[in-house]
Design a binder for this molecule. Structure first.
Ligand code: HEC
Length: 158
């Protein structure tokens, strides 16, 4: 059978991402490392990674589903979803963004808007959820949104 645990691959993607980010901090000494915009948006993204990790663990082991914890993480993402985008205005603050963030600003905005939409939908689904099944499709949409934006707008880890 094919690998069906799509959320598992999300989870491992995030772990790899976080690990690479940690390594990047020591390996890379570019001048943008201390840029406050880059710092702010990377801090936000790291928190998102943590939230996705908590929910992803429940997706992997649905019997561990905890309504309150899931609701809390979903609400956090929805509330935080508009936060990092103003920190992408300065094209000098490159960080690990690709230049497409500025050359394809409309595409980037569309990804950011879609993220706010799907996190709001996940938050709404979480309110009355009693099992992972109730939130799984919306959770999948959020993971897909992270991934879709990173494909074009986040520099690949070398
Ligand atoms: C609209 C685009 C977009 C969306 C949506 C998005 N990201 Fe990102 N993400 C980026 C960009 C661009 C960077 C690189 C930022 C930088 O280095 O300045 C990034 C970086 C990261 C990083 C590395 C942070 C660091 O310390 O360097 C993590 C972790 C991350 N994102 C997780 C997530 C998660 C989890 C989601 C979904 C819940 C998500 N992102 C949604 C664009 C996005």
């Amino acid at each position: 059978m094919a690998q069906v645990h799509t959320n598992k691959s999300f989870k491992s993607l995030f772990s790899v991402t976080l690990m690479a980010a940690a390594l990047g901090l020591t390996a890379c000494s570019t001048s943008t490392g201390s840029n406050p915009d880059v710092q702010a948006r990377q801090d936000t993204m790291k928190n998102w990674g943590d939230a996705m990790g908590v929910m992803g663990d429940m997706a992997k082991a649905p019997d561990t589903f905890d309504t309150d914890v899931f609701k809390e993480q979903a609400a956090f993402l929805a509330e935080d979803a508009a936060k990092p985008w103003s920190h992408f205005e300065d094209p000098e603050a490159v960080g690990n963004a690709t230049e497409a963030v500025w050359s394809n600003a409309d595409g980037f905005s569309a990804e950011a808007e879609n993220f706010q939409k799907v996190t709001a939908e996940l938050n709404a689904a979480a309110q009355n959820a009693t099992s992972m099944d109730d939130v799984k499709p919306a959770f999948g949409q959020v993971g897909a949104s992270c991934k879709s934006c990173h494909t074009d707008f986040r520099a690949k880890d070398e």
